[in-house]
Structures are given as C-alpha cells and as structure tokens.
Design a protein around this ligand. Sequence first.
Ligand SMILES: *[C@@H]1O[C@H](CO)[C@@H](O)[C@H](O)[C@H]1NC(C)=O
Ligand SMILES: *[C@@H]1O[C@H](CO)[C@@H](O)[C@H](O)[C@H]1NC(C)=O
Ligand SMILES: *[C@@H]1O[C@H](CO)[C@@H](O)[C@H](O)[C@H]1NC(C)=O
Ligand SMILES: *[C@@H]1O[C@H](CO)[C@@H](O)[C@H](O)[C@H]1NC(C)=O
Ligand SMILES: *[C@@H]1O[C@H](CO)[C@@H](O)[C@H](O)[C@H]1NC(C)=O
Ligand SMILES: *[C@@H]1O[C@H](CO)[C@@H](O)[C@H](O)[C@H]1NC(C)=O
Ligand SMILES: *[C@@H]1O[C@H](CO)[C@@H](O)[C@H](O)[C@H]1NC(C)=O
Ligand SMILES: [Cu+2]
Length: 213
Amino acid sequence: MQAVILSLFAVIGLVSAHFAVEYPAWRSDSLAENTTYSQWDYPCAGVPYGAGNKTEWPLEGGSVVLDLHHPWTYLYINLGLGENATNFNISLTPQLLNVTGSGNFCIPALSIPAAVADGQEASLQVVTNGESGSALYNCADIVFKSSAKPLSGGICTNSTGVTAAIVGQAATTNSSSTPTPTPTPNGALTVVSGGAQTIVMSVAFGFVLIMVM
Ligand SMILES: *[C@@H]1O[C@H](CO)[C@@H](O)[C@H](O)[C@H]1NC(C)=O
Ligand SMILES: *[C@@H]1O[C@H](CO)[C@@H](O)[C@H](O)[C@H]1NC(C)=O
Ligand SMILES: *[C@@H]1O[C@H](CO)[C@@H](O)[C@H](O)[C@H]1NC(C)=O
Ligand SMILES: *[C@@H]1O[C@H](CO)[C@@H](O)[C@H](O)[C@H]1NC(C)=O
Ligand SMILES: *[C@@H]1O[C@H](CO)[C@@H](O)[C@H](O)[C@H]1NC(C)=O
Ligand SMILES: *[C@@H]1O[C@H](CO)[C@@H](O)[C@H](O)[C@H]1NC(C)=O
Ligand SMILES: *[C@@H]1O[C@H](CO)[C@@H](O)[C@H](O)[C@H]1NC(C)=O
Ligand SMILES: [Cu+2]
C-alpha cells in the first residue's frame, strides 16, 4: 500500500505538492526539497519540536491561513496543549470541512473548546486528506497571549474559488433536519472519543454510525 502511494507520488511529483501553513508560522517548510521532512509522517511531517518559531495566538482563538494545492481536501485542525505536545486531542474543527479549490484558505477565528491561560504553550496540528484516506500533516507552535489578536483583512483571505462546506451537511438541509443519534433509556449509546475521531455506536438501534470529525 505504501509502495503504491509512494510510486503514485513519484509520478505526480512535487507539482501537486501538498499544502503549506502560512499562519501561524509552521514549524518548518516541510515542502523544502533539501530536508527529510514528509507531510505523510504523523504527527508533524517529521519536523521536530523546537525547529520553528512560536506565534502568539489570542486566548479566544486565532486565525489559520493555509495554502492548499489540491483541487479539494478534507481539513481538520487539532490542538495539543503544552510544550512539545504529542497528543493533539482537542479538535478545533468538530465538523469535518471539505475545502474546494486551491490557493489561500483563511479561517478568521477558530474557537478553543478548552480553558487556556495567558502564556499557555501549545501546538496546532493541521491535517488534510483526500479520497484515498491517507493524511498529510503539518504543525505550528503557538503561545496563547491575551494581547494577541486574530488576523484582519489583507492577510486573511480566501483565494477566488476557494470555499468550504461541512461534510455531511447538504446545502439544502438545515440543522433541525439533521438526524441526531438519540440515547436509549437503558444507556445503549456509547461515545468513544479518540483523537480526531468520534465513533458513535447505537447497539439498540441495530446500526453503527461512524462520524469522522
Ligand atoms: C534548505 O534550503 C533553504 C533555501 O533554499 C535554506 O533556507 C535552508 O536553510 C536549507 N535547509 C537545510 C537543512 O539545508
Ligand atoms: C523564525 O523567525 C526568524 C525571525 O523572524 C526567521 O529569520 C526564521 O526564518 C524563522 N524560522 C522559521 C523556521 O521559520
Ligand atoms: C519532544 O518529544 C519527543 C517525543 O517524546 C522527543 O523525542 C523529543 O526529543 C522532544 N523534543 C524536545 C525539544 O523536547
Ligand atoms: C489530552 O492529552 C493530554 C496529554 O496526554 C492529557 O493530559 C489530557 O487529559 C487529554 N485531554 C483529553 C480531553 O483527552
Ligand atoms: C468534497 O468536494 C469535492 C469537490 O467539490 C467533491 O467532489 C466531493 O464529493 C466532496 N466530498 C464530500 C464528502 O462532500
Ligand atoms: C473562507 O471560507 C470559509 C468557508 O467558506 C469561511 O468560513 C471563511 O470565513 C472564509 N474566510 C474569509 C477570510 O472570508
Ligand atoms: C428547517 O427544516 C425544518 C423541517 O424541514 C423546517 O420546519 C424549518 O422551518 C427549517 N428551518 C429553517 C431555518 O429553514
Ligand atoms: Cu499533495
């Protein structure tokens, strides 16, 4: 399988080169040809902690600017608290995004579903994947600062034709018509949370619903 991926990649070459994190500053340019970094490598493309700079990020959530190179990509962004975090177990994109188009994509302010204090060190893990399911990774190191502000205007833009949609939510339906798994009185609903994936199993209903978030 890996051989297939590698040979495909060799054919496609660097022309279809993955993605870049423009803001906050990524740990290192994982696309540079003079390194051993590879965006296929979990969790941070093989770039060691400490290789890059730390960006001050607002406590209430900051901006993320990506340069995407594929026609479309699934995107999720995870947060790991602490220095040299290896466990990126806080999802900042609870709903999987399908970003269509290549070029700049900016999320103006991602909210943080955890209590963070001024000076808290953390790392962002940006994950993209396509149809095959194989993922690409990049990390950016941040320090939460009450004085930091989200990006405004100019730097935070979406290139023409770059749009995002939440996977599984058709444009014609609204949230009240989205089916929601309901727990049964005897508690047959089990929620297993692990990393970026949440698996909801309802044994009583006789079906398994897997949501990749
Ligand atoms: C790789 O090349 C870039 C510019 O081409 C340079 O800035 C960087 O220092 C080089 N890195 C290594 C590890 O040689
Ligand atoms: C870190 O910031 C310094 C100063 O702005 C810059 O020269 C250097 O290239 C940055 N390092 C990385 C890995 O981006
Ligand atoms: C970060 O953690 C990894 C894995 O535990 C370890 O190998 C590495 O030396 C650490 N790096 C720093 C700068 O502490
Ligand atoms: C996330 O991982 C950290 C470090 O392993 C751990 O201390 C923390 O309890 C975890 N948080 C959640 C919500 O799983
Ligand atoms: C994601 O977007 C691409 C391009 O617009 C589309 O072909 C694909 O079907 C979408 N995937 C989902 C799950 O909506
Ligand atoms: C870019 O597009 C996404 C999804 O369509 C949207 O949420 C975001 O606000 C846009 N960014 C800017 C700077 O308008
Ligand atoms: C959402 O869908 C429901 C059921 O189809 C409908 O009753 C409701 O008015 C819709 N709400 C909005 C805001 O469109
Ligand atoms: Cu690529």
